[in-house]
Every structure is written in C-alpha cells, then in structure tokens.
Design a protein around this ligand. Sequence first.
Ligand code: NAP
Ligand code: MG
Length: 490
Amino acid sequence: MITLTVETKVNTYLNYIDGKWVASSNGEIVKSSNPANTNDVVGFVQNSTREELDQAVLSAKSAQKQWRALTGSDRGAYLYKTADVLESRLDEIAKTMTREMGKTLSEAKGETARGVAILRYYAGEGIRKVGDVIPSTDPNGLMFTSRVPLGVIGVIPPWNFPVAIPIWKMAPALIYGNTVVIKPAQETAVTCAKVIECFAEAGIPDGVLNMVTGSGSVIGQGIVEHPDINGITFTGSNEVGKMVGQGALARGAKYQLEMGGKNPVIITADADLDLAVEGTISGAFRSSGQKCTATSRVIIASEIYEEFKQKLLVSVKDITIGDGLEEGIWMGPVANESQLNTVLSYIEKGKQDGAKLIAGGNRLTGPAYDHGYFVEPTIFEDVTSDMAIAQEEIFGPFIALIKVDSIEEALRVANDVNYGLSASIYTKNIQNMMSFINEMEAGLVRVNAESAGVELQAPFGGVKQSSSHSREQGEAAKEFFTAIKTVFIK
Ligand code: NAP
Ligand code: MG
C-alpha cells in the first residue's frame, strides 16, 4: 500500500459514487501489477474506508425509487448502451485484464465479448414476463404474482473472471430494478473500474450503480454488515463465502454464494481418447487452471489408462507458457504470488503423500519468467481419493490422475469430495452416460465436453459446498434478484 502522490495520479482509478468519480477519504491507494511481469504497473485504485461505502450505499438507496419506477424496457436501454460502449472498448479492456491477472489475450477478449452478450441478454429481459396469473377460488377475484426488486444489492466478485462475473451479477440486479454497490476483487480492480466506466459512459442515472474499491476485510465485510444492503451476491472461496453467508443471515439479508470446485473428468474405456485428451488439457490448464469449473481430477478406466496417459503427456508438452499478451502463448502466469505459493505447496504435498509427479512440478525460471508467477502444467499419478491433492481446491494448472476399474468406482471417486460445481465424462456408452447424468453430484454435468464451459442463457451454480444452492445466469438470476409478490384484487 502506498500513499497517493502526483506522479501516480496518472493511472489512478477513483471510486464511482452517486455518478461522480471520487477519491478515498484517507488518501490511500493500492498498486495493481502484472503477474507476468511485476515491474509493469497496471494502475492504482483507492484503498477506501467505510465512509465511502456508506456514501455509496446511501446513494444507491436514494436512487432506488426512481430506478424501479422506470419500465423494464427503459432500464434495458441503459444495458444495451453499456454493451455498445464495452464492445467499442473490447480490445483495451481485454488487454487490461491480461495485464492485471494473466489470462491470455484471446481468452480475455472472449470473456469481454461474453460480458457484452450478457448485458444484451439482460437488457432483453426487461420486456419478458415477471409473473403468473393464478386462478382464485373467489369468482370476483384476480390473483397474480409479480416480481419486485430487493432494493440495494452488494456485489462481491472474485478476480478470475473480472469482466464476466461482475456483469453477470450487476446486469440482472439492475434490470429487475435494484440499485448496486460493487466492491471489485483487489487483484482486478482496474479492469472492473473500466467496466464501470462503460456504464457511466452509457449514462446510467446517478446512484444506480456505485463502485467502492478496497480490501475484503473493510469494504467486503462492510457490505455484509451494512443494514441498508438488502441482497449480497458473492463469488469466491469457501472460506470467505461462509462468512458472507453467516453475516447476511444474521441480519436477514438475502444472499447468494458461488464458491470453489474440485471438478472431475471421467474417461471410460470406450471414450474417444483424442477428444478426451483435448478436453482434459483445455479444462485443466486454460487460464492456468484458475476457473471455478477447471478440471482438477482425471478419473481413468484402467483398460485405457496407459494409452490415455501417454497421449496426455505428449499433449501437455505442446503448451506454450509466457506473457499472455504475446502471440502464440497458450498459458499465462498464475494471478499472484500467493496463488503461486499455493500451487507449489500442493506439489510438495502430492510428493509427500506418495503420489508420483509425471509432468511439470516447477516454477519457471529464466529472463522471460523471473519477474512473473509462472508454474509448469503439473500432472500427478498414483493418486488416491483421500489425498489432499484429490480433495482440496488448488486453483492452478494441476491435475491428479486416478485409475479406476468400473463406472461405479469412477462415480464413487468423482462424488467423494465436498464440492459439486461441474463434472465431465468422455464416453460413447449410453449406459455410462446415463449413470453419470443421474448420479453425479454437481450443478453442471457435461458429456463429451470439458468441465469448464458455461453458457450465459443457462443456469449456473453448484451443489454441496460449491454453492448456497441458488443459481446465477439465464432466467435463474430472477430468483435471486427479485422477490415474488402475490397480488389479489377483488
Ligand atoms: P476470495 O478470496 O474468497 O475473494 C472473493 C471476494 O471476496 C473478493 O472480492 C475479496 O476481496 C472478497 N473478500 C475477501 N475477504 C472478505 C470478507 N471478509 N468479507 C467480504 N468479502 C471479502 O476468492 P478469490 O481468491 O478472489 O477467487 C478464487 C475463488 O473463487 C476460488 O475458490 C474459485 O473456485 C472461486 N470461484 C467460484 C466461482 C463460481 O461461480 N462457483 C467462479 C469463480 C471463482 P479482496 O480482493 O479484497 O480480497
Ligand atoms: Mg495483478
């Protein structure tokens, strides 16, 4: 943390409160740097206090009445306009994302384009139905349901999808008539500030959307505790998520938590092995394994174990690692030093627990890597389901291979974790497919497709400890961001 100076003001981003860009009252700013080269400073953001949060919440609360009184189509017009602005700034914002958290430029562009599409989807939602007519037993009665906004929504996103996740929370919150206060993940606060600039440029009314940057313990916790925030939508780790949920419950606020995963892919004996290898590599190592839906356990039928493993080892060698801004790079760094240390510590843990390292396992060194947080795609075999590397979310380019003798055993192993976000199977056998679809404990099950992959118009979320059991995206978002009001007219 450093104190604000004139020099650093150039690329310093301010809070957005009541339609104005304002500095934190303590004058403190925080540096955001590039994990591919820590000498590259992406920008500085405000290290805000509860005072700024209070102002933001007050402005969101004051803007509520007018915003919810607009028609859905009028609110949608602001989202359409924001989508256009974001689209016009796609390259610049994607580049900022790559510099700020490391994913490759092509992935960052894909994600930003997704953000544009999500905005348009929810803009359209402004003129779709919000209720049902229910026959009354009173012949002179008209009974129907309507959806009403919750009020002020607090948005707490993670850093791994710094455009898509904030947008898939803010856009539905806004279209259903809520106003918003967002606290970006500190790791990617500059990228988020640029997304907020798009809303501002689109002319969203003052106070409807507010951003306060700062730490999780001050601003994040402040959102959880604030009496005027009516709903909290959180995506991040289980540890923090549980605290957010408990805090919200304690004061009766609605909450939604999307958390970690330990996502398996099952490869059966009849699978198309080339397709399975491609899906495993992509699911496990894109974004350096830092997707909540990333593949982290590979459960393989013993009959084809050796053949699959050899193909996997050949394919993993093709992964080019480096600065994600460079052409031809397939995998960038992990997002920060603590992510790097986590991955390295699980590599040690895997060895200690008796698993066998068969690919990767090292931090990369040399002129192209020394100023960044680069780690090799890592593969362990001889992994048993009780090992830490088979149970705990690592959130890095790391997979554990587990050999099994039947589909029953594969499913037993696949379900033998506390998480249940996403799961995949490669098979041509309809029986295996149906067993997987029926028995897999996950919010998202995918057949002959990698575990990571989400479409914006379909519900997204987990079971077990991956979620508070609500769903985001598509029509499902309506469940969280509105309350049902039952109306009876005589
Ligand atoms: P994190 O450390 O839990 O942080 C998530 C957000 O919570 C950040 O904005 C963070 O702010 C904030 N926060 C931290 N402490 C807080 C507190 N005491 N009260 C309120 N908010 C607080 O998670 P992350 O490291 O950013 O993201 C990685 C995790 O997200 C992984 O576990 C991954 O699986 C999960 N994830 C899940 C999904 C899903 O949809 N299921 C999607 C993506 C990621 P700071 O930045 O200031 O710490
Ligand atoms: Mg960074």
